[in-house]
Design a protein around this ligand. Structure first.
Ligand SMILES: Nc1ncnc2c1ncn2[C@@H]1O[C@H](COP(=O)(O)OP(=O)(O)O)[C@@H](O)[C@H]1O
Ligand SMILES: Nc1ccn([C@H]2C[C@H](O)[C@@H](COP(=O)(O)OP(=O)(O)O)O2)c(=O)n1
Length: 225
């Protein structure tokens, strides 16, 4: 009986982690976990409950209060906070502006990393887990680690496409680069490529090409197991 395949996909914002991870998981019959949505969910809870998101101590004291549950069906991923669907509010600019600060708090990371490891352990067919520290911290023994990159310009253009031009490209790129720096520069579990991760620069690739590349890498890994 082949052991479940565990795929870690890390990288900065706008590199295609979510789109690629969902498509690859669906194509290969694997579960899918969006760890960024979990950090966004706890951030939304903090903001909604009047926690000062600039105060790490206050965040730490509240870190275990919200009940956050992720659904791992790649065709219909879900996230709830205290039983309520949080898929929309976690994508607001307010949450995006605060999530790096909240996610830098060790107590926040500890509770979410435990949940992420639990989800991976219970994925009978295997799982694709996307985020910033999956290959380095959450699942260091993953079957395959992918680190997606892309130029800041390409990532800003993609994000702006999602935001339907709600802000200028320059503003989008500035916000992305600022968040990249926060995620890469923090003390706890910084965004960094794992030594054994395969780097895929998606700048000049279509989404379909990235998906095909990752599926091929997984199938090559499975063939030699
Ligand atoms: N290689 C690509 N080429 C063009 N658009 C892409 C590519 N990868 C992702 N996208 C698009 O860019 C946006 C952000 O992708 P997403 O998967 O959310 O990135 P991330 O999870 O890394 O932030 C989405 O609209 C997605 O469809
Ligand atoms: N495993 C993870 C995933 C996300 N985070 C933090 C850092 C990110 O800026 C925020 C939001 O992550 P998310 O993947 O939703 O962000 P993008 O879609 O890439 O813009 O959460 C983290 O610290 N660790």
């Amino acid at each position: 009986m082949e052991s479940p395949v565990i795929v870690a996909i890390d990288g900065p914002s706008g590199t295609g982690k979510s789109s690629t991870s969902k498509a690859v998981a669906a194509e290969l019959g694997l579960s899918y976990l969006d760890t960024g949505a979990q950090y966004r969910a706890i951030t939304w809870w903090m903001l909604s409950n009047g926690i000062d998101v600039e105060d790490p101590d206050e965040i730490a004291l509240a870190a275990t209060k919200p009940v956050i549950i992720s659904g791992t069906d790649p065709k219909a991923p879900t996230i709830t906070v205290d039983g309520a669907d949080a898929s929309a509010p976690i994508r607001t600019p307010e949450v995006t502006a605060a999530v790096s600060a909240v996610s830098a708090v060790p107590e926040v990371r500890r509770r979410l990393v435990d949940a992420q490891r639990c989800a991976a352990a219970h994925a009978a067919q295997g799982i694709v887990v996307e985020g910033r520290d999956i290959g380095t911290t959450v699942l260091p023994d993953a079957t395959l680690k992918i680190f997606l990159t892309a130029s800041a310009e390409a990532r800003a253009a993609r994000r702006n496409g999602e935001l339907k031009g709600g802000q200028s490209m320059a503003a989008t790129q500035e916000a992305l680069v600022r968040r990249d720096a926060a995620d890469s520069g923090r003390k706890t579990s910084p965004l960094i490529k794992a030594d054994d991760a395969v780097e895929v620069d998606t700048t000049g690739l279509s989404l379909d090409q990235v998906i095909e590349c990752v599926v091929t890498l997984i199938e090559e890994k499975r063939a030699v197991r």
